[in-house]
Structures are given as structure tokens and as C-alpha cells.
Design a protein around this ligand. Structure first.
Ligand SMILES: Cc1ncc(COP(=O)(O)O)c(C=O)c1O
Length: 485
């Protein structure tokens, strides 16, 4: 029987099962200013523009005005020279995709274009490589988790259309040596993109607060484009990022027009064509409200929270920093008395979401924290909760995967597995069970699942998780008259 009660009541009930987006205790996926008026403003602006379409700036000129305001604000943040231009996109991944696509299409003379990435570059670059047929040349990072500029320089060749640096990298929160990477690219006439999706809105304020931030902006010669996400440290509602180019000429290949059909001439600066005005209006309202002073204040708070986390970790046996953070992202590792996956489960059981990161390139698993300004008010609670979570994880001891299971997984070729094989593997991993009513059941604790994924190769992890997503995304069809239930 279809539930016909108030959809908003049902929405709220559904949402109660999600991670909280407010409260400063969800330390990945969401960014919380801790200011209720910012959220109220964003909600109203999103609602007012939810049906407006940014596809056509002549039909919705107010959205063009807002986008130009946002790009102008971003230009000032990142030392963009006169003549710099930008585009509001739907998020960091779209900004990265467009930077790669524009770089590829700026060099039609290159048959098999490539890009040179530090191993710590965000996975969005691998997605871009996959979508646009650009070969990724992945260069291992140095022992400090920063890009190895000399090795990246060595990797540049006549097929390279783009060199990439992060400010900071997601997994470790450190800023790459942008100056050296950009100089090497510039010397060869190659574009250099700085992925400041995370840092773009917060590192400029960190520098103003007197923190030591290595140069990464357009002030660095040779940086040709920068991505910075408003839906992260601009504390705007989800659905916006900004891609800046040093010149209009560099942006030009990003644009797409098609008059080759009988309808309106399609004219786009982004991957999307119809684009909701909601996120643009919500972001504009938040940026107007907070302004430079507001962001400086929030940066002071978020870095105070980061410093509190660093001090907490320094005093906590069993856990340590992977590397000292340059920005607002903190990566933690455990010693051999416990494991990161049990710690993340124990944190969640106490109302805090921190994100597990699997082993990579010879380094063990870790725990990611995206610290928000709102976290500062709970810094003391975070200290006690982390202490309790680590103590519980140490009492339980490190989660182990049966060596026979490790050998079994090692022997599998993900490319050769059938749908049935994946069903069996997903059930065996505990990632997907079946509840009494036949629906998929997700595990409440993830440590064993993560530990199993951790021993699998990246290719096997990808295959398993794609199979998992495939099984999650199945339609729930309402009963239709005339169709057998
Ligand atoms: C450095 C970096 N680049 C790109 C992205 C992708 O952004 P989004 O999730 O908004 O697509 C992220 C997301 O965390 C990021 O940290």
C-alpha cells in the first residue's frame, strides 16, 4: 500500500537515517560553518531558484550576475591576474573534468594526449582520463606525501597536455610544490592545473592568519587553471565549484556549442546543459552574507579546531598523524595495537563520522578528517571521543583477515568474475546481506568489510564496489493498476 502521508514528514524520517550535516561531528562529505543563519539563508535561496535554469544566461540573467560575482570573489582569493575568467560548475569533479577536457582540446595536434599526476591527485583526474581518453602518467609522491616535482618534470613529454598539483591533497592534507611543478610545465608550454577544491577558499585566509602556506595560487607563474569548491570551505549548499583560467583563451576549448540539430543552439560552459539555479543562488547568498570578514573568522575557527585535533592526537597513545597538515584535512594512522577501521566504527558508534582510507602504494590504512569551523565548539568532546574510540579499538585488537581469504582474493581476476561470483563475494565480505524481507541489508559495523577490501588490489576493490553499487541502485516500483504486485 502506497504511503500517502505528508511527503515532507516522510522525507524527514528518511533523512534521520543519514549522517548529520550540521553539528560539526561529520568529518567528511559535509562542511559546517556552525552558523544557523547561513543554513537558513542558503535554504531559502536554493528554494527560490530551484526551478530556474542556468542553461540560458539571456533567459535568466540574474544567474549570470550571481556567477560573475562568485567568479570575481574567487579571482581575488587566488591572486588571479587581470583577464582571468572562470565558470561555476556543479562540484569539484566537474571542475577537474573540465580542466582536463579543456587541456586535451587545446592540443588537437597531439594524437594520444597524456597528463602527469602525483599519485595523491584526486580520483576525479582518473575519471577525467577515463571519460576523455587522456592517458594518466602517475608519479609516486615523496616520503612527505607531497608531489615529487623532479620526477614529475622527468615524466613530462611531447604528449603531455596537463600537469597537476593539489593544494592540498585529499588523502594527506598537504600542499604540493606548485612552484616547481608549474615552472617545469611552463618551460615546455604545458598547462598546469592546481586542484584547490579543498584549499581554495581556506588557504588564502590561513596565509592571512599568519600560517605558513607554500605558494600555490596564480601568483605562481605557470599555473594556468585552479579549481576551488564553494560547496566545501565556502560553506555553501551542495552543488557548486569554480574553475578559473588565467586567460579567456585558456578557457575557450572548455565551451561547447551545437547548432547541428533543429532545436535551440546548445551553448554550454559546463558538462551539464540544463542547470538548476538553486545551488548558484544558494552559494551566492552565502558568499554575500559571509564576505571576506566572515570567511576570515571561519578560517580562524577551523584552524583552531585543526590545532586542537593535532594536540589531541599528539597526546593519544595508539594513534598519530600521518603527516603534519598544511590545511584543514587531517590524516591519522594507528600503531599495531589497533586498526583505523575499528577506530572509525567506534567513533561512529559515539556520534562522530571519520572516514576510513584504504592502504595505498605500500602505506597502511588511515583515517581522514575534514575539519569544519563548527568542529571547534566540540573540540573537547572530540578529544574524549577519540580517546574512548582508540581505547575500545585497542581492547578489541587489530581486525584480522583470515590468511586463506587473503590468498583467495589474491587469486581472483576481477575482469573474469561473473555476476554470481560477485553476489557470492559481496555476501562473503559482509558488504551486502539480505534482510528478512529480502531487501539488501548494509552492515552496521564496517571494520571487517574494510579490512577485507584493504587486502584486495585496487582493481579488485573497484570491481567489488561497482558490483555493490549496482545492487544498491535497484528500482522500487510503486504498484500500478493493472500490474501484478
Ligand atoms: C582535492 C579534491 N579535488 C576534487 C574533489 C572532488 O570534489 P567533488 O566531490 O565536489 O566532486 C575533492 C573532493 O573531496 C577534493 O578533495
Amino acid at each position: 500500500m502506497t504511503d500517502r502521508s505528508d511527503p515532507l514528514t516522510r522525507l524527514r524520517a528518511l533523512q534521520a537515517g543519514d549522517l548529520p550535516v550540521h553539528g560539526g561531528r561529520t568529518l567528511a562529505y559535509v562542511f559546517d560553518s556552525g552558523l544557523p543563519e547561513v543554513d537558513r539563508l542558503a535554504r531559502e535561496a536554493v528554494a527560490a531558484y530551484a526551478a530556474s535554469n542556468a542553461l540560458d544566461p539571456t533567459a535568466f540573467p540574474s544567474l549570470l550576475t550571481m556567477e560573475n560575482d562568485l567568479v570575481g570573489f574567487a579571482c581575488n582569493l587566488v591572486d588571479a591576474p587581470e583577464g582571468a575568467v572562470g565558470t561555476v560548475t556543479s562540484g569539484g569533479t566537474e571542475s577537474v573534468l573540465l580542466a582536463v577536457q579543456a587541456a586535451r582540446d587545446s592540443r588537437p595536434d597531439i594524437d594520444r594526449p597524456s597528463m602527469v599526476l602525483p599519485a595523491t591527485a584526486h580520483a576525479a583526474f582518473h575519471k577525467a582520463a577515463h571519460y576523455f581518453g587522456v592517458r594518466s602518467v602517475v608519479v609516486p609522491v615523496g616520503p612527505d606525501f607531497r608531489a615529487d616535482a623532479a620526477a614529475m618534470e622527468q615524466a613530462l613529454d611531447e604528449t603531455t597536455v596537463l600537469a597537476v598539483a593539489s593544494a592540498p591533497s585529499y588523502a594527506h592534507g598537504v600542499v604540493d610544490p606548485v612552484g616547481e611543478i608549474a615552472a617545469a610545465a611552463h618551460a615546455r608550454g604545458i598547462r598546469c592545473h592546481v586542484d584547490a577544491c579543498i584549499g581554495g577558499w581556506v588557504l588564502p585566509y590561513a596565509a592571512r592568519l599568519g600560517r605558513a602556506i607554500p605558494p600555490w595560487s596564480f601568483a605562481v607563474e605557470g599555473v594556468t587553471s585552479i579549481s576551488l569548491d564553494t560547496h566545501k570551505y565556502a560553506y555553501a549548499p551542495k552543488g557548486t565549484s569554480i574553475l578559473l583560467h588565467r586567460t579567456a583563451e585558456l578557457r575557450r576549448p572548455q565551451f561547447f556549442a551545437s547548432a547541428d540539430w533543429p532545436g535551440y543552439t546548445m551553448l554550454n560552459s559546463t558538462m551539464q546543459s540544463t542547470r538548476s539555479g538553486g545551488p548558484v543562488a544558494g552559494t551566492w547568498a552565502v558568499v554575500q552574507h559571509l564576505g571576506d570578514e566572515g570567511y576570515l573568522r571561519l578560517a580562524r575557527e577551523v584552524f583552531e579546531a585543526v590545532d586542537a585535533v593535532v594536540a589531541t592526537v599528539a597526546a593519544q597513545p595508539g594513534i598519530s598523524l600521518v603527516v603534519a597538515p598544511d590545511s584543514t584535512l587531517v590524516a591519522l594512522e594507528t600503531d599495531d595495537t589497533c586498526d583505523p577501521f575499528t577506530v572509525t566504527d567506534e567513533m561512529l558508534a559515539r556520534g562522530w563520522y571519520v572516514q576510513p582510507q584504504l592502504s595505498f602504494a605500500g602505506r597502511g590504512p588511515s583515517i581522514h578528517l575534514s575539519v569544519s569551523a563548527a568542529t571547534l565548539a566540540h573540540a573537547e568532546e572530540l578529544r574524549t571521543t577519540l580517546g574512548e574510540a582508540v581505547a575500545a579499538a585497542r581492547a578489541a585488537g587489530p581486525v584480522r583477515v583470515d590468511p586463506e581469504v587473503v590468498a583467495f582474493i589474491d587469486a581472483l581476476d576481477p575482469a573474469a568474475l561473473s555476476g554470481d561470483d560477485f553476489d557470492g563475494l559481496l555476501a562473503a565480505s559482509g558488504l551486502v546481506g539480505t534482510s528478512e524481507d529480502g531487501a539488501l541489508a548494509l552492515p552496521a559495523r564496517m571494520a571487517e568489510v574494510n579490512a577485507m577490501l584493504d587486502v584486495a588490489s585496487p582493481a579488485m576493490r573497484e570491481a567489488l564496489l561497482i558490483a555493490f553499487l549496482d545492487r544498491l541502485q535497484r528500482p522500487v516500483r510503486p504498484h500500478a493498476p493493472g500490474r501484478e504486485a
